[in-house]
Each structure stands twice: as C-alpha cells, then as structure tokens.
Design a protein around this ligand. Sequence first.
Ligand code: ATP
Ligand code: MG
Length: 360
Amino acid sequence: MKPVCVLGNGQLGRMLRQAGESLGIKVYPIGLDAKLETIPYQESIITTEIECWPETILTRKLAKQETFINRDIFSCLADRMKQKELLDNLGLPTAPWLFLENTEQYKKIFTIFNQFVIVKRRTGGYDGHGQWRLNQGEQYHLPLDIYGKSIIEQGINFSAEVSLIGARSNKERLVFYPLTSNLHKEGILRISVTIPQLSKKLQQKAETMLSMIMKKLNYIGVMTMECFIDGNNLLVNELAPRVHNSGHWTQNGASISQFELHLRAILNLPLPKPVVNSPSVMINLIGTPINYAWLSLPLIHLHWYEKEARVGRKLGHLNMTDLNTKRLSSALIKLAPLLPNEYQHSINWAIQKLSSILGS
Ligand code: ATP
Ligand code: MG
C-alpha cells in the first residue's frame, strides 16, 4: 500500500497516522516547516489536515503533485465567500450573507439582517478566531483590515448545531455517520453527542445536501458539513474538507473511525458504511492538564495529543460510548468532579441530550 503524506502535523495528522498504523499504512504528518528532501512525497498519496496554507517551497511542490487528493478544490473551500457562493449555486440554505467591503454597508446590513450579525474573515479563521459577533453600533470596534477580506452573516438563533461527516470514494460511493449534535462556546467546540437514528428525516436531508456538495466538487475522502437547525430548516454553516473535531467520537463509537474512513477513501480501499449502534459523547479537553484519574471510569477513552499546554488550546479529548444511555449519563455525572468547573455546563447539556432518548 502506498504511504500517505498529510500536510499539517497537528492532532488530526497524528490521529490519521494512528489509524494508518493498524492498517499497516505509513502516514507521515508534515509540519509546514519540514524540509522537502525529508518527505517521501513522490511515492505517496497526499492529503491535508488544514485547508489553508502559506506559499512555501514545500507547499508549492506538494500542490503540483497529481497525487494530492482534492488539490484543486481547496482554493474554493478555504475561502468562506467562495464556499457560500458554492452553496448558493447549489441552492443549499445558509445564513443570509454579504461580502463586507466597507463601513458604509452597516446601515443597510442592520436593516436587512435585523438582529445580531457575525463578521468572518474569508480565510484563516478557526475556533472562533477571525470572527466578531456584533449588535448595531458595535461595528466601530472592528479592525480596519477586515474590509474587503470578510463576509458578514445574519446571526441565527438556532435551536441546535449539528454536523454531518461523510466520505466519497473515487468510485462515487458515499457513506455517512449519524448526525452529531455540537455545543460551542466562544466559537470553540466543547462537547459532541451522537445518538444514532435520532431523526431519520433530518439525517436524510443532511445526507442529500452533503452528497450534492461532494458530487459537485468531485470530492474524495472525508468531508464535514456543519449546520444550524433553525425551525424546520437545516442551514449550512460551513464545510470542512477533512476529518473534523465533531467526528472524534467515531474512534470508539463506530466500526470505522473517520480517520480510517478518510484513509480508505483516498487509497481506494473498500468503503462500507460505518456501523454505529450506540450513543457516544466526546468532550474536548481545552487548556486542561492531563488527569489520569479520568481512567478510573471504565467507559472513558482518553486521546491525548502531547501538545504544549496553553489556555484555550485543544490538548486532547475524552470519548465515551455505551448502548445503555443511563449508564452513559451516570458516567458523565461521575466524570464531572474530575474536570474543572467550566465543564459542568457542557456535561449537563450532554446529559440532557441523552435524556431525550431515555424514555423512547
Ligand atoms: P471551526 O473551529 O469549526 O473551524 P470557525 O471558527 O471556523 O469554527 P464557524 O464554524 O463559522 O467558525 O463559527 C463558530 C461558531 O460560531 C459556530 O459553530 C456557531 O456556534 C457560531 N456561529 C457562527 N456563525 C453563526 C451565525 N451566523 N449565527 C449564529 N451563530 C454563529
Ligand atoms: Mg465551525
């Protein structure tokens, strides 16, 4: 089997490497500062854990390789404006948006969007960086360099946020995981809950939407679609052409993890639909030092990234899966005192999500 080079050496590259190990596939995550001559890029399939990268000798060379999967679509998907245009062209609903060119537009914007708005840089944002939530009058605090380089969206008072992760092979086979419910705070994903078969209708709707996107782009591999639920509507928030934080639960809660699924799709290996029988919870460990007391709980799977600790930085995650929802909820209750106070809200949110299927 051909080796795989992953552009980027963060936690996603690390977990792709780990998934490759059990399949006997060598996966090389590549830092942006790596030396070209140390990388086996000529005999490898190339993929990426990031959608936006600086022009360097290394990235220019990789971007020239025919074996760089999906190479020509990153310029579209890494730019929020082009992403929105793609969704508009496909007729897929999003939050109403405009290209933000100058400060003169605000008067009109606050009239037509008629509630809070969100300014987002077209490129380079992540985990809420490069975006500002504004009410009328608050626009004066924004940096001046955003104009001409950002979009502005209507704020959506969504009832829930969900993501759909799917994969497409070069034989045009499409497979999906069940929808995942996500809780964000300050633009950062805190916790995810996946309940298989929660809503057949919503699942079908989301699968149809993501299928349209992947087909249109002739995309190969795992793609993630983040959505808001607004009344009966599913609005696409953003697309990630890669494995995604909200899919980390698949490492322990699905028969094939999103990392393995991506490797299978890009290497032309069989791509059966992953089997998911049990609800799962994934808790992001953000700025929290490792605590081996977590391992005293039998349902916990700890995934630690061995990154330098920093406030607000994703350092690892905890996965929990159980067919018995009550047992999953009581494990969350036992876990709560082993985490800092700020996790309490997320844990309560997850318990509430799980309780929606308890009586069913
Ligand atoms: P990621 O880490 O997923 O790449 P990001 O920083 O690129 O995130 P978004 O996903 O666009 O940015 O926004 C982060 C979060 O901010 C969303 O998950 C959602 O909670 C909130 N948000 C973004 N856009 C809107 C909107 N139009 N209305 C309401 N909330 C929004
Ligand atoms: Mg997002």
